[in-house]
Design a binder for this molecule. Structure first.
Ligand code: PBG
Length: 329
């Protein structure tokens, strides 16, 4: 016997076609960014043990994966460089012929259809693994700013279309904007990792890049994950300094920050689904505990639902494929 009920939310969930028609979140492949690692050497494609399915490439082998991304319709690639030699000042980060600069030059020439983003930081390049120049055991903010500016300028001069500072130094966006403009690079956008937390989810990335800090941790520059208002403060400050896009990182456990900043600002929002998120999905799937495809699709769609315009993920190629298939999007 049917009850007397006018509003029945299940009505709009009756068939797949209808569910798709009323879907609130729509995604597009052009908003996907694939982060990847390039290293010194030749003819190298080596798997990262804690990130199965992800590889470090030498510059000569890198076009293989770039072409795969372009063919899949992924919009953009972010490059991380792993130099043969690291030193106290991270000098290979801002060398004109550094690993990532050479990678940008090659990538732009061989696979020009992709949009290239440079991660601006020092931790992959310093012998101590910290994200800036040390004074004693403290990362010196203002000394580091000059180096970050040099990293950004050399990356763009080599071919990067956009720079993304992930160092969490104060005043970094202004320093980088001024340096870019001073070099005539007015049209290069800055995507700030403004809302970046000190997170254990970066573990596999640090294995991949050999960038775990040799002592201490990153808590004197990356944010405490208990904090919300501080994230908003960082976002607003970076926008004031000239950030064109704001990123929240990690993604999965931090989507409250995406929504909150999206509502409070008028810049595009990015979120980075980091190495630990990828590794958990891979490990869980390998053990047969979760369905890899279903979970990676859900993680991405929920980030877009939270307000993300740009999604950075090691699953970018898979996501592009599932968007084509109509499984998500
Ligand atoms: C550089 C940087 C890191 C990541 C992106 N840029 C490492 C860190 O801050 O320790 C992590 C990305 C990932 O875990 O996938 N500072």
């Amino acid at each position: 016997m049917e009850r007397d009920m006018i509003v029945r939310p299940r009505r709009l969930r009756t068939t797949a076609a209808l569910r798709k028609m009323v879907r609130e979140t729509r995604m597009d492949k052009s908003s996907l960014v694939y982060p990847m690692f390039v290293m010194d050497g030749e003819n190298i494609k080596e798997e990262i043990p804690t990130m199965p399915g992800q590889y470090r490439y030498s510059v000569d082998r890198m076009p293989e994966i770039l072409n795969e991304m372009a063919d899949a319709g992924v919009g953009s690639v972010m490059l991380f460089g792993i130099p043969a030699k690291k030193d106290e000042y991270g000098s290979q980060a801002y060398a004109c012929d550094g690993i990532v600069q050479r990678a940008f030059a090659k990538a732009k020439k061989e696979v020009p259809d992709l949009y290239y983003i440079g991660d601006v930081c020092m931790c992959e390049y310093t012998s101590h693994g910290h994200c800036g120049i040390l004074k004693g055991e403290y990362v010196d903010n203002d000394l580091t700013l000059d180096k970050l500016a040099e990293i950004a300028v050399t990356q763009v001069q080599a071919g990067a279309d956009m720079v993304a500072p992930s160092d969490m130094m104060d005043g970094h966006i202004q320093a980088i904007r001024e340096a870019l403009d001073h070099n005539g690079l007015f049209t290069t956008p800055i995507m700030s990792y403004a809302v970046k937390y000190a997170s254990a989810f970066y573990g596999p990335f640090r294995d991949a890049a050999g960038s775990a800090p040799a002592f201490g941790d990153r808590k004197s520059y990356q944010m405490d994950y208990h904090n919300r208002r501080e994230g908003m403060k960082e976002a607003l400050l970076d926008i004031e300094e000239g950030a064109d896009i704001i990123m929240v990182k990690p993604a999965m456990s931090y989507l409250d920050m995406v929504r909150e900043i999206k509502d409070a600002t008028d810049v595009p929002m990015a979120a980075y689904s980091v190495s630990g998120e990828y590794a958990m999905v891979k490990a869980g799937a390998k053990l047969g505990y979760i369905d890899e495809t279903a979970v990676l699709c859900e993680m991405a769609a929920c980030a877009y639902r939270a307000g993300v315009d740009i999604y950075m993920s090691y699953f970018a190629k898979e996501l592009a494929y599932y968007m084509d298939e109509g499984r998500i999007g």
